[in-house]
Design a protein around this ligand. Structure first.
Ligand code: ARG
Length: 840
C-alpha cells in the first residue's frame, strides 16, 4: 500500500527538481513498432506552452480597439481551455494514470556475456536488447493481457556468477478506464513462465522462450514504481550512477550529499565475476519518518525489484559503519527524498569480495577443550537474503557444545517462518531471534552438526557466538546456578532481587526473604531503599543516596553515579548530587477528581490528561500516552504489518473524554516500534510515536504528559494502579464505550502471573484482580497503566496495555509492557523529555 502511494506521489521527471533526475529519453519498443524509438522528454511541452503564452500577450495588445472582438476572443479562449482541460483529464491523461509498471529479471543461459553489453548505446547492447524485447513483446502480445500490454524496456544486460547474461527489464501495461488498478504479479510472471518450453527428458531449469534459452528458476517479476521506471528505464538519465569494482578488495567510493531540492538518486554497483559486493555505509542522513518522504533502498539486483530488497532504511543507523552483502555481482541503491529543504547524504564505499562457501569441521584433539567463535556469513556485515553455513563439531564424552550468543537466542521452530535465520542442530529445527541480552545454547552431544540458513524478508544483523565444550552432567561450575537462558550465575545471585539471568529465571518462585534488621549486613533488595520502612529501626531506608556500584536495580544519576534509592526520579527530593533526579519532572500531575475496559467506570473529563486515542483510517484502534510535547508511547503490536506501520492513516486524539471530542488532534510523523518486538509472544511490545504537530500549551489541564519511570523504579505487588481506555467493556460483543473508561487494578506478583500464563518475560508485568472482573480489553492496547508514586504523588506510566487471555477472566490478569525496562530506549529516541519546572 505504501509503495503504491509513493508511486502516485512520485513526481514526473520534469517537475522533480531532484538532484539526480534530469531530462528523460527512453528507448522503448512498442508492440506495433519494433525498432527502438528515441522519445524526447515532456519538457518540450513546457516550452511550447510558454510560447503560446507569449503570442497570446501580443494578440491582446493588437486587438484592444474593438471590445466585442476582445470579448468574443476571450470567450473562445475560455471554451478552448475548458475543452482542452476536459480532453486532457479524461482522454489523454488516463492511459498514463492507469499504467502499471513491472520490474523483472531472468537469466539467458548459453549466451556469452561481452563487455559491450555494459554500454547501452553499443550496437551489441541494442541488438541483444532488441532481440529480448521482441520475445517479451511476442509473449505478452499474444497472452491474455495482450490488450493491456504496452511495451517492454530492457534496462540492463549483465554478467553474473551463474553464467550467461542476466536481463533486467520493465514491462508496462495500460489499463484504461479503471479507477483502481489491481496488479497481479503472479499473473504477469506466470505468462512468462508458461511460455517457456522445457524438455521433459532433460530435466534442467533451462527452457526455451521463443528460442531464447531462459533459466526458469531465475525469473522474477514484481510491481515497480512509476518513478523508478522513469529513473532507470532510460539510456542517458543521470539519475543512475553506475560504478564497477574491477579488483577484488579495492574499495570504490560512493558519496552523495545535497541540501537543496528533492532527491531521486540511484546507484548501480557491479563487480567482477565470481565475486559478490560488500557495501559499507559510513554515513546516512535522511529524515526519519517511516520512509514517507525519505528512504534508502538496497537491492540485490541491478534494478529496484521489490522481492530483491536487501534492506530498507527509513532512518539513519545507530552506529557506523554498517555493511551489506549481495548474493550476486550486482547491487542497486535508491536514495529518495521528497523534502526540498534539509540535508540528505549517503557516504560509503563498496568492494568486490570473493563468494565464499561456509563449511567448517571443528574437532577437539585428544579430549582438549574446544573454544572459538562462529559467526554469520560475511560477518560483521548484515547477512544476505540467501546464505547457508554449516559447522560440524566433535568433542569427546562427557562433553557437549555450548554456544554463547551476544544479542541472539534460539527457540524451537513452530509453524511460523523464521525472520532472523533458521537453524538445524542435530536434526532439530530452531528459529533465531534478536534480543538485548546474552544467551547460552547447550547441545548435550559430543557430535554436533549445525546448519544456519539466512531467512527473512530483509538482510539481518550479523551474529557471533562463542563456542566451548562443556561437561554435560554439570553445565555450570560448582556454586553456580544455570539460568533458563543457559547462563551460569553465582548461587548467591539467586533470589537477590536482581534479574541476573536476563529472563528472571533466577528471581521467580523465590520465598519472601527474611528481614534482617539488626545486623550491619546489607538489606535484601526487596526491602532496601524502596521508600517503605520495613525495619522498625528504619535501617532498610538508610544511606540510600550514597554512591554504590551500578546494577540494573540502582538509580543512575545523569553524572553516571548510582544510588540505591529505587524511586528517586521526580519524587520531590533531590537525591543525586547533580540534581538530575528532579530534572525533567513536568509530568504526571493531574487535577484531583474525587473500559475496552472491563468492570470500569466513566472517567471525568480531564482526569487522565495523558490518555490518547489513536484512530486508524478514522476509527479508534489503540490507546497511547503523552510523554512529551511531541512524543507518545504505545504498544508495538498496534503497528504490525505494512498497512498499520504507515504513519499516514493514523490520527492521535489528545485531551479527549468522549470519542470525537478531542481538544487537540495530530497526524503521526513517525512510528518507531521496538526493534526486538516479537509478534509471537508480544515481547518488547512498545512503540514511540512522533506527532506531526506538537500539542499547544493550552488547554493545559486536559493535555499533560505522564512521567516515564526510571530503569530502577519498583512498583510493589498489590499496589493499586489505573488502566484507562475506550476499548470493549466486555470480552464478547461490540460494546465500545464513547466515554473514557477507568478501572483500578492491582499489580500482580510476577511468579503468580507466570504460573497462569507460562511465558511472561521481564519486559512484561501483570495487573488486574485475581477474581477477574476489572481489566483492559480489545481496543485498550497501547493505553496507559498509570500508577501514583507514594512519595511526591506524581503519576508514572508503569505499564502499557499489551495482551491477556480473554478479558476480565478470573486468574488471568491483564499483561502490560513493563515501561521501566525501556527507560534507556525511550531516552535515546526522545531527546527532549519535559523540562524541569522546579516542582518539589
Ligand atoms: N491486545 C489487546 C488490544 O489489541 C489488548 C488486550 C488486553 N487484554 C486484557 N485482557 N488485558 O487492544
Amino acid at each position: 500500500m505504501a509503495e503504491n502511494k509513493d508511486c502516485e506521489q512520485s513526481t514526473k521527471p520534469e517537475d522533480d527538481p531532484g538532484v539526480c533526475v534530469s531530462e528523460i529519453s527512453v528507448y522503448m519498443n512498442n508492440v506495433d513498432g519494433i525498432s527502438p524509438v528515441k522519445r524526447k522528454s515532456p519538457r518540450i511541452t513546457t516550452k511550447s506552452k510558454f510560447l503560446q503564452k507569449c503570442r497570446f500577450g501580443e494578440m491582446t495588445e493588437c486587438f484592444f480597439i474593438n471590445k466585442k472582438i476582445i470579448l468574443l476572443t476571450l470567450l473562445l479562449l475560455v471554451i478552448v481551455i475548458i475543452t482542452w482541460t476536459l480532453l486532457w483529464v479524461f482522454v489523454l491523461r488516463s492511459p498514463n494514470n492507469n499504467a502499471l509498471y513491472f520490474a523483472g529479471l531472468f537469466r539467458i543461459a548459453d549466451v556469452e556475456f561481452i563487455p559491450e553489453y555494459r554500454r547501452k548505446d553499443s550496437p551489441e547492447f541494442l541488438y541483444m536488447a532488441d532481440r529480448v524485447q521482441q520475445v517479451i513483446n511476442n509473449v505478452y502480445g499474444k497472452s491474455l493481457f495482450s490488450k493491456l500490454y504496452k511495451q517492454s524496456t530492457i534496462s540492463d544486460l549483465s554478467d553474473n556468477n551463474y553464467g550467461g547474461v542476466l536481463v533486467h527489464f520493465w514491462i508496462v501495461f495500460v489499463v484504461p478506464n479503471m479507477k483502481t488498478l489491481f496488479a497481479c504479479e503472479d499473473c504477469v510472471s506466470a505468462v512468462l513462465k508458461d511460455s517457456i518450453q522445457t524438455s521433459l527428458v532433460n530435466r534442467t531449469s533451462i527452457g526455451y522462450l521463443l528460442g531464447l534459452p531462459v533459466d526458469m528458476d531465475s525469473i522474477v517479476v514484481n510491481v515497480g514504481l512509476r518513478s523508478d521506471y522513469f529513473a532507470t528505464a532510460t539510456t542517458d538519465s543521470n539519475s543512475v550512477i553506475a560504478k564497477h569494482a574491477e579488483q577484488s578488495g579495492v574499495p570504490v567510493a560512493l558519496n552523495f550529499s545535497t541540501s537543496t531540492g528533492r532527491v531521486n538518486c540511484h546507484f548501480k554497483l557491479t563487480s567482477l565475476l565470481g565475486h559478490i559486493i560488500r557495501l559499507s555505509l559510513t554515513a546516512l542522513q535522511i529524515e526519519p519518518d517511516n520512509c514517507v518522504t525519505d528512504s534508502l533502498h538496497i537491492y540485490d539486483s541491478l534494478m529496484p525489484i521489490r522481492s530483491r530488497n536487501l534492506y530498507r532504511a527509513c532512518e539513519s543507523f545507530g552506529s557506523f559503519p554498517v555493511s551489506f552483502v549481495s548474493t550476486g555481482n550486482g547491487m542497486f541503491l535508491s536514495l529518495k527524498s521528497l523534502r526540498v529543504h534539509g540535508k540528505k547524504e549517503i557516504k560509503g564505499y563498496f568492494e568486490a569480495i570473493p563468494k565464499k562457501k561456509f563449511e567448517n569441521t571443528i574437532l577437539s584433539m585428544d579430549g582438549m577443550r574446544l573454544e572459538g567463535n562462529i559467526t554469520s556469513p560475511y560477518y560483521p556485515s548484515y547477512y544476505p537474503l540467501k546464505c547457508s553455513s554449516t559447522w560440524i563439531f566433535k568433542t569427546s564424552t562427557p562433553f557437549g557444545l555450548a554456544l554463547k550468543f551476544q544479542n541472539y537466542t534460539l527457540k524451537e521452530k513452530g509453524f511460523e517462518p523464521c525472520d532472523h535465520g533458521w537453524w538445524k542442530i542435530n536434526e532439530k529445527m530452531y528459529c533465531g531471534y534478536q534480543i538485548d541480552y546474552q544467551t547460552v545454547f547447550h547441545i548435550a552431544n559430543f557430535l554436533v552438526s549445525i546448519t544456519f540458513q539466512c531467512s527473512g524478508k530483509q538482510s539481518s544483523k550479523a551474529f557471533l557466538a562463542e563456542y566451548s565444550s562443556y561437561n554435560i552432567s554439570q553445565p555450570c561450575p560448582n556454586g553456580y546456578y544455570v539460568c533458563s537462558t543457559g547462563l551460569c550465575i553465582r548461587q548467591s545471585q539467586r533470589c537477590d532481587g536482581s534479574d541476573d539471568c536476563f529472563d528472571e529465571s533466577d528471581e521467580v518462585f523465590c520465598s519472601l526473604p527474611p528481614k534482617v534488621c539488626n545486623t550491619s549486613s546489607p538489606h535484601h533488595h526487596y526491602f532496601s531503599c524502596d521508600g517503605v520502612k520495613d525495619c522498625e529501626n528504619g535501617t532498610d531506608e538508610l544511606n540510600c543516596t550514597d554512591s554504590v556500584p551500578c546494577t540494573n536495580i540502582t538509580y543512575k544519576c545523569k553524572n553516571n553515579v548510582c544510588i540505591q534509592k529505587k524511586n528517586a526520579k521526580c519524587d520531590g527530593t533531590i537525591d543525586c548530587l547533580d540534581g538530575s533526579d528532579e530534572m525533567s519532572c513536568d509530568c504526571g500531575n493531574k487535577i484531583r477528581h474525587g473500559s475496552r475496559i472491563v468492570g470500569g467506570s466513566n472517567a471525568k473529563d480531564g482526569e487522565w490528561p495523558w490518555q490518547v486515542s489513536l484512530h486508524f483510517s478514522g476509527s479508534p484502534y489503540c490507546g497511547a500516552s503523552v510523554i512529551t510535547k511531541e512524543w507518545l508511547l504505545s504498544a508495538g503490536h498496534c503497528f504490525q504489518g505494512e498497512k498499520m506501520s504507515d504513519p499516514r492513516p493514523w490520527i492521535a486524539h489528545l485531551g479527549m473524554h468522549t470519542q470525537g471530542n478531542a481538544k487537540f488532534k495530530s497526524e503521526l510523523k513517525r512510528i518507531l516500534v521496538h526493534e526486538y518486538y516479537n509478534g509471537r509472544n508480544f515481547d518488547y511490545d512498545i512503540s514511540l510515536l512522533k506527532l506531526k504537530t506538537p500539542w499547544p500549551d493550552r488547554p493545559t489541564a486536559t493535555i499533560q504528559p505522564i512521567c516515564v519511570p526510571s530503569l530502577a523504579q519498583m512498583v510493589p505487588n498489590g499496589e493499586r494502579c489505573w488502566v484507562t481506555g475506550w476499548g470493549q467493556k466486555q470480552e464478547r460483543g461490540n460494546s465500545d464505550p464513547t466515554v473514557l473508561q477507568q478501572a483500578e487494578v492491582e499489580i500482580i506478583n510476577q511468579s503468580l502471573c507466570r504460573s497462569a500464563y507460562g511465558l511472561i518475560t521481564p519486559r512484561m508485568m501483570c495487573a488486574g484482580l485475581l477474581s477477574g472482573k476489572r481489566d483492559a480489553c480489545r481496543g485498550d492496547s497501547g493505553g496507559p497503566l498509570s500508577c501514583q508514586e507514594k512519595v511526591g504523588g506524581r503519576w508514572f506510566l508503569t505499564g502499557i496495555v499489551s495482551w491477556g487471555h480473554g478479558c476480565g477472566r478470573p486468574h488471568f490478569p491483564g499483561v502490560y509492557t513493563r515501561v521501566s525496562k525501556f527507560a534507556t530506549w525511550i531516552q535515546q529516541h526522545v531527546s527532549a523529555l519535559p523540562k524541569t519546572d522546579g516542582v518539589t
